[in-house]
Write a protein that binds this ligand. Structure first.
Ligand SMILES: [Fe+2]
Length: 295
């Protein structure tokens, strides 16, 4: 358990669904004023020459130093482009990569990712698989994402994390947070975490997703953009009351700077690096205060 946090993570369980995992977290807390922060950390691309490692380390430091801050991994943790991959280009390698690392480039990048994220391993609420993590598995039979999940669980355990823990969200999954407080009804927050797809960065694509998926927040990585969108669904309660459920769509940003070699060649739009932040108030009286997003 993370010292000083107002929230006690009891356990997380994937509800027996490998294709679209639903990680249910049981969380206990004491006060209706408690505030949890969740930082989506994705598209790190560690190993690429244009990776903003300082930026990743300062996001890690922020989460480490804030007892009520947690995080969700959004995929593309490393570049994971091996030497025989047709996308390999020595000019795109970070300057920390040694000749010896080329024997197992993905392994070297994975170790560096885990080292950077190690201090906050026990504050991880789930890990999404990115297209770079998936491509190396499909093309080279290296299950790098599974190695990262196991590595994170081991490190969480060393740090005194939760004993019963599932972290894999596959390419897309749900983080189902169940907040328990003495004398209050259980409050749930549902976060959809998808590595992302082209249209998820546009309002239309994001709204389509929010209309068709029951969730409070839909997170998307992949496009390296950073944006948020707020909408609401009309729902009818069991007692026949009409209520509005606010929903947020969030494109979670990246740590690959815009001068990455492939981005320059493709003429991609420049994008800022960094993270977004989700603020949860499980004791909120007004449903509009339950979730807030800041960029
Ligand atoms: Fe990416």
């Amino acid at each position: 358990m993370f010292e000083g946090s107002k929230f006690t993570l009891v356990k997380s369980r994937n509800n027996n669904n490998d294709r679209i995992p639903v990680l249910t977290w049981e969380i206990e807390h004491d006060s209706r004023d408690d505030v949890m922060e969740i930082v989506p950390l994705g598209d790190l691309h560690v190993g690429n020459a244009a990776c903003d490692e300082d930026g990743i380390r300062s996001a890690v430091e922020y989460i480490y130093n804030n007892p009520n801050a947690y995080w969700i991994g959004m995929g593309d943790y490393g570049d994971f482009i091996n030497m025989r991959d047709h996308r390999f280009d020595p000019i795109a390698l970070a300057d920390w990569v040694t000749t010896r690392d080329l024997v197992d480039l993905a392994g070297a990048q994975k170790r560096r990712v885990l080292n950077i994220l190690e201090p906050i391993a026990n504050k991880c609420l789930g890990l999404v698989k990115g297209n770079h993590d998936k491509k190396i598995h499909r093309a080279w039979e290296r299950a790098i994402f599974d190695e990262i999940v196991v590595g994170m669980k081991e490190r969480a355990w060393y740090l005194g994390g939760v004993a019963e823990i599932d972290l894999s969200l596959n390419y897309w999954g749900f983080v189902h947070l169940k907040f328990r407080r003495a004398g209050a009804a259980v409050r749930t927050v549902v976060i959809s975490a998808h590595h992302g797809f082209g249209s998820s960065k546009n309002i239309t694509g994001m709204e389509k997703f929010l209309w068709s998926h029951e969730c409070d927040v839909a997170l998307f990585g992949h496009t390296h953009h950073m944006t948020s969108h707020r909408s609401a669904r009309t729902e009818i309660t069991k007692t026949g009351k009409v209520v509005y459920r606010p929903q947020w769509g969030v494109v979670t940003g990246s740590f690959l700077q815009s001068d990455a070699d492939y981005a320059v060649q493709a003429g991609y739009m420049p994008v800022p690096t960094g993270t977004t932040k989700i603020t949860l108030r499980p004791g909120a009286v007004n449903v509009n205060d339950l979730v807030r997003v800041s960029l």
